[in-house]
Ligand binder design. Structure first.
Ligand SMILES: Cc1cc2nc3c(=O)[nH]c(=O)nc-3n(C[C@H](O)[C@H](O)[C@H](O)COP(=O)(O)OP(=O)(O)OC[C@H]3O[C@@H](n4cnc5c(N)ncnc54)[C@H](O)[C@@H]3O)c2cc1C
Length: 617
């Protein structure tokens, strides 16, 4: 085995190109983050696992601008029916989910991955197939990963952050020595994707429960192709079923008159119910099956991983751009950990419901059925399954609050029509695609004073108006479509507090930037010296009239150039002011994220400018 060293510099190394890693990479690339995505698999066709894309995931794909691609090829399923023989015990109608997507979209996972991979490519990324992460070290400033290709060649790659989206057997999680607490289920599951000749409607999932606690689930994939899923007591050691065996079991457990033919997949697997409680260790993070696994009941796993990625994507992008401090990344696990706990509990309850064997359990289950049919409970069930009711009201990021007509802060904000000169004919989600938060003001209240108050955050926030029910309402919506904070015209305290916290970071010192004249007489923040630290860099005066203009703010004191972010310099009554963002090194030499969306008074720069100007001019 040969070993070569090539320094690969990227902001984020995504390990694993399953649905979670691909969603994360697409979110990062769309926000201009230098991203590398690898997968150890060289591209061999795999068993298609997930089928159901839930409404909240469709909304998230809409936020990524690609929901239509999935809708064009997926199969719409309106609900789930639970039966005892031919008797319908319970139905869950996805129209109750509260989403404009009033259905689950069924699409084999490999198609979902193909569409996501297409988006990654379109955004300039490349999925590096056949590249395995074999180890990594995190020195606090960067992560150095050891990658191995299929020929056994190894290379080092350095990244500012590494995200393990590497599935249930995550090497990243193992390397971090994180416990994956839980246990396997006590039975195997048989699975057949096959043609099914029967009277079932292709827009419904059917679950047939039985007194022996051994159900049959029939899940439509397309009009004719169905997934048949059957728990089996004991341990088969992974031996896949035959078509005859499936036919026999379907005849035994189903409502009768079902003929199974043309199987595309016949397999046996064992599920586990496990989760890790740590989502981040310094510069390494985990997402998807790498942090939570459970049974496929309810079709939650892939969806939860993709929603992990959507939560992490915008945060990593802000941190990578120096627009927010690294501590923002802690909110990722603080938000997604409790969601995973709820998802695990939900799937476990579904399994218990479907496999209730003892008569007492069955009696209790059947006694609860009338309550489960009530519309509020139906809404709750559909919301749970579709993941539309999951949110972050208890997150340390969220500023608690409520304004009539809006969801509670922390909850999902539904899409709605908005209007603003910059966003003609747009919806809220289309605005959020810009990667910024959206400040939605009631179109009857929008007071310029409120926006003036928040102007320092204009790099982070897009301003729109909408017909909100409360005439003075103002809502700040995160890029992943959750309500960050609410306020009213004249009281934006919670919103300002959220933004201050989001952007909280050291303010750059005058010595961190070089301000030089440009031919047009406007000041410009220039590159630092190529290799030298920026401390002590000369600050030269702005134009003779004191005017200053837009410039580039570069990462300082670092040999490797990073993508630069724009910084704007302008003069106000009080003196020179800077808005924008950058990354600079702290005294310790460690990378510190610094965010200056909060427009900082540049009195110190001004002062420095005067003192230095004598020396330099
Ligand atoms: C039978 C079955 C049915 C299911 N049905 C549903 C459903 O209907 N709905 C639903 O939401 N979920 C369902 N799931 C769960 C769903 O498949 C998973 O939750 C989903 O695949 C998780 O995505 P992921 O990207 O986190 O991980 P994975 O899909 O496991 O992807 C991880 C990737 O990382 C790569 N990798 C691993 N180690 C390394 C390494 N060291 N270096 C580089 N690459 C590496 C792997 O090759 C893989 O491509 C089902 C699962 C099963 C088994």
């Amino acid at each position: 085995m040969s070993t070569t060293t090539s320094r690969t510099d990227c902001d984020v190394l995504v390990v694993g190109a399953g649905p979670t890693g691909l969603t994360l990479a697409a979110n990062l690339l769309a926000r201009g983050v230098c991203t590398r995505i690898i997968d150890k698999d060289p591209g061999t066709p795999r068993l298609s696992r997930a089928i159901g894309i839930q409404p909240r995931t469709l909304e998230t794909l809409d936020l990524m601008g690609i929901a239509d691609r999935f809708l064009d090829v997926g199969h719409r399923v309106r609900g789930v029916g639970v039966y005892a023989g031919r008797r319908r015990l319970l139905g869950i109608d996805m129209a109750y989910s509260g989403s404009p997507f009033r259905f689950q979209l069924h699409l084999p996972q490999h198609h979902t991955e193909t569409l996501l991979r297409g988006r990654v490519t379109e955004l300039g990324g490349t999925v590096e197939a056949g590249v395995e992460l074999v180890g990594f070290s995190d020195d606090g400033d960067a992560v150095t990963a050891i990658l191995r290709d299929t020929a056994g060649r190894e290379q080092q790659a350095s990244a500012r952050f590494l995200v393990g989206c590497d599935g249930a057997h995550s090497r990243v999680r193992h390397a971090l020595k994180l416990p994956f607490l839980g246990q396997p289920y006590a039975w195997d599951w048989l699975l057949a994707d096959a043609h099914l000749d029967w009277a079932g409607r292709p827009d419904q999932v059917y679950v047939f429960v039985r007194p022996d606690g051994l159900p049959l689930a029939c899940i439509p994939i397309t009009g004719q192709l169905w997934r048949l899923s059957l728990p089996m007591p004991g341990d088969r050691g992974g031996r896949p079923p035959t078509l005859d065996e499936i036919q026999g079991l379907v005849a035994e457990r189903g409502p009768g008159a079902m003929v199974v033919t043309d199987p595309e997949t016949l397999t046996c697997f064992r599920c586990q119910l496990r989760s890790a409680s740590v989502y981040r260790k310094c510069r390494v993070l985990l997402a998807g099956d790498a942090v939570h696994i459970h049974s496929p009941a309810g079709g939650q796993g892939m969806n939860t991983g993709m929603l992990d990625a959507a939560n992490l994507g915008w945060k990593l992008a802000l941190v990578a751009a120096g627009q927010a401090p690294e501590s923002l990344l802690d909110s990722y696990g603080q938000e997604r950990g409790p969601v995973a706990t709820q998802v695990l509990r939900f799937t476990q309850n579904l399994v218990r419901f479907g496999t209730a064997a003892r008569s007492l359990k069955r009696t209790l289950r059947d006694a609860s059925l009338p309550a489960l049919r009530l519309p509020p409970v139906q809404r709750r069930l559909a919301g749970r399954m579709s993941q539309t009711v999951l949110g972050y009201p208890d997150s340390p990021l969220t500023r608690p609050g409520r304004v009539a007509g809006l969801p509670r802060a922390g909850e999902r904000m539904p899409d709605l029509a908005v209007h603003a000169p910059d966003w003609p004919g747009k919806t809220l989600y289309a605005v959020l695609r810009s990667g910024r938060h959206a400040l939605v003001m009631s179109d009857r209240a929008a007071g310029p004073a409120d926006w003036a108050d928040l102007r320092p955050y204009s790099d982070l926030v897009a301003l729109v108006a909408a017909p909100l029910r409360h005439r003075r309402a103002i809502a700040l919506v995160r890029p992943d479509g959750y309500l960050a904070a609410v306020g009213t015209a004249g009281d934006t305290t919670a919103i300002r507090d959220y933004l201050q916290h989001l952007a909280a970071a050291p303010i750059p010192t005058a010595s961190a930037f070089e301000l030089v004249n440009t031919p047009n007489g406007l000041a410009q923040l220039s590159d630092p010296p190529a290799n030298g630290p920026a401390n002590g860099a000369a600050v030269r005066p702005a134009g003779p009239d004191g005017r200053a203009g837009a410039g580039q703010l570069a990462e300082l004191g670092h040999g490797q150039p990073r993508p630069r972010q724009p910084a704007k310099v302008f003069v106000s009554e009080g003196g020179l002011e800077l808005t924008g963002y950058g990354v600079h090194r702290g005294a310790s030499g460690g990378m510190k994220s610094s965010s200056e969306q909060e427009r900082c008074r540049m009195d110190s720069i001004g002062e420095h400018l005067h003192t230095s100007s004598g020396a330099t001019d």
